[in-house]
Write a protein that binds this ligand. Structure first.
Ligand SMILES: Cc1cc2nc3c(=O)[nH]c(=O)nc-3n(C[C@H](O)[C@H](O)[C@H](O)COP(=O)(O)OP(=O)(O)OC[C@H]3O[C@@H](n4cnc5c(N)ncnc54)[C@H](O)[C@@H]3O)c2cc1C
Length: 489
């Protein structure tokens, strides 16, 4: 990699969305550069536990899956995106099987389907108990590494997008750690850089999930959407040390795990959608001043979740015997680069998929296990659209010597996001956040301020009710502008 290189499609990010998009584009005959900053084991995809939601069970249907997704999204999910996800997810599960992913089966040899909060049916396909992400990404990554049309660039960071005089995207600048900046010309760039939950102080995400793709896209003129909708997972381990924030999948509650307050009483329906359970726990913690509530897995077949049992053993906890201290943590970015149903942003030649994108699918609250499905369904659609798209602008993709996106923020910004854009927000704190030195934090603060209501993951103490006028409305924000609301069909 030196000077200037060129490729048909540049995919930035090698989690589930990027790997799958790269493989689909390569299968279409495109040359693909797959750029990844961190190793596979540091992607959110690798960490995914519960599984992939797909209406496969007898008696289930894409329509029922869609109804559950829309209900969880709190009247804010984009129905066209929901339909696409729910109709195409079963076929993508079959694709993975054909590519060699072995999902867990029941005694009769059929796919074993898990139940998670907000789903009215068992429809979560999983592998290795709660090691679904690891199994999928290992298979996809091995295929990408041996595909002659794919050049894997790792560990290499995308540091700027190159736009032509007409504003379209003509490639990007990449840089190996300590190396020179290199221009990579591409007909299309697909951002699959994951979410931004690690901008919050307490998170379930890998450290690198700081929304780099959102910053790159915004800098290149793309609109970002729904930045106020950060999902907090209800049951992240609450302990001192590096395992703090370790996620305990919702699937354990699907198998009967219960939540108790400090008096040993149940206080919430454990299988309600995530926003509801997370808020109930937060309220309980505010009321008691305790750091955690208690998750009881003692009635659950622990052997089904070997990686959770192993992680807990690391910190001296035995789920068959001990109650587990848990509290909410920032988990999933419902917002992202605003795209259509084929991953297109408003910048020609620039696409976004997976957690970096916002199709509007999740509305104000993602339904459990819909995001791996999203990576596959929209990863494929974007790859096909990118291969079909027009040639890039003739403008040279000159390397940018200096990164155009700010380095990941310091602890002050992470603390400010946790404090001011946490499970409950109000105008005064959000106004402070909107003046944060970190550009993406400023945009998040602005989007939270603009949405003067409480909906799903966005709870305002100063606007505690849903505003029906905002049903189906998404916030859109450019690099320097004020957020505007738009209705998406
Ligand atoms: C603990 C945990 C458990 C989860 N469980 C589930 C589950 O069971 N089911 C489900 O549906 N969802 C689950 N999720 C959510 C789901 O895993 C993610 O939404 C999804 O995997 C995101 O995939 P992605 O490909 O978009 O991004 P990621 O998997 O996060 O990959 C991002 C990639 O982008 C790269 N990157 C970032 N910035 C740059 C840059 N500037 N230059 C180059 N490369 C860059 C990274 O190195 C990485 O390769 C879970 C998430 C977590 C954290």
């Amino acid at each position: 990699m030196d000077g200037t290189s060129s490729t048909d499609v540049a995919v930035v990010g090698a989690g589930a969305a990027g790997l799958y998009a790269a493989l689909v584009a390569a299968a279409e005959g495109a040359s693909v550069a797959l750029v990844s900053r961190s190793p596979l084991a540091e992607t959110a995809s690798y960490w995914a536990q519960g599984g992939i939601a797909a209406a496969i069970a007898e008696g289930d249907s894409p329509e029922r899956h869609a109804e559950d997704t829309i209900a969880a999204g709190r009247d804010s999910a984009r129905e066209s995106a929901v339909r696409v996800l729910c109709e195409e997810s079963p076929a993508r599960v079959r694709d993975l099987q054909e590519l060699g992913v072995r999902f867990d089966a029941d005694r009769a040899g059929n796919l074993a389907l898990g139940l998670e909060g907000g789903h009215s049916e068992r429809r979560v396909v999983h592998a290795g108990g709660a090691a679904t992400g690891r199994r999928i990404t290992r298979t996809l990554s091995a295929l990408a590494a041996t595909d002659e049309r794919i050049t894997v660039l790792e560990p290499v960071a995308a540091t700027a997008l190159a736009t032509g005089d007409d504003g379209s995207c003509a490639g990007l600048t990449v840089r190996r750690r300590g190396g020179e900046a290199v221009a990579l010309r591409a007909r299309a760039v697909i951002l699959a850089t994951g979410g931004m939950a690690a901008l919050w102080r307490r998170t379930t995400n890998p450290r690198g999930a700081v929304g780099a793709g959102l910053s790159l896209a915004s800098d290149a003129g793309a609109l970002l959407a729904d930045l106020e909708f950060m999902q907090f997972h209800p049951t992240a381990l609450r302990i001192e040390g590096p395992r703090d924030g370790f996620l305990i999948t919702e699937a354990v509650r699907g198998e009967g795990a219960l939540l108790y307050d400090s008096q040993g009483e149940r206080f919430v329906d454990e299988l309600a959608p995530r926003d509801e359970v997370a808020l109930a726990i937060h309220t309980e913690l505010e009321r008691t001043g305790e750091p955690a509530v208690w998750l009881d897995m003692r009635g659950v077949e622990v052997e089904r979740f070997p990686n959770i049992a192993a992680a807990l053993a690391d910190v001296g906890l035995d789920p068959a015997r001990d109650l587990l201290p848990v509290a909410p943590a920032a988990h999933y970015t419902m917002g992202g680069v605003a795209t259509d149903l084929d991953g297109r942003s408003n910048v020609a030649g620039l696409y976004a998929v997976g957690e970096a994108a916002c199709t509007g699918l999740h509305g104000a609250n993602r339904l459990a296990s819909n995001s791996l499905a999203e990576c596959l369904v929209f990863g494929r659609r974007a790859a096909l659209a990118a291969c079909d798209g027009p040639a890039a602008s003739a403008a040279a993709a000159a390397p940018q010597a200096d990164p155009r996106v700010a380095a990941p923020p310091g602890d002050d910004t992470r603390a400010a996001l946790w404090l001011h854009a946490g499970l409950r927000r109000e105008a005064e704190g959000l106004a402070e956040l909107a003046g944060d030195p970190y550009p993406l934090a400023r945009l998040i603060g602005g989007a939270c301020l603009a949405r003067e209501e409480s909906r799903g993951a966005h709870q305002r103490t100063d606007h505690p009710a849903v505003d029906p006028a905002l049903d189906g409305m998404h916030t859109l924000v450019g690099k320097d502008g004020a957020p505007a609301f738009e209705r998406w069909r």
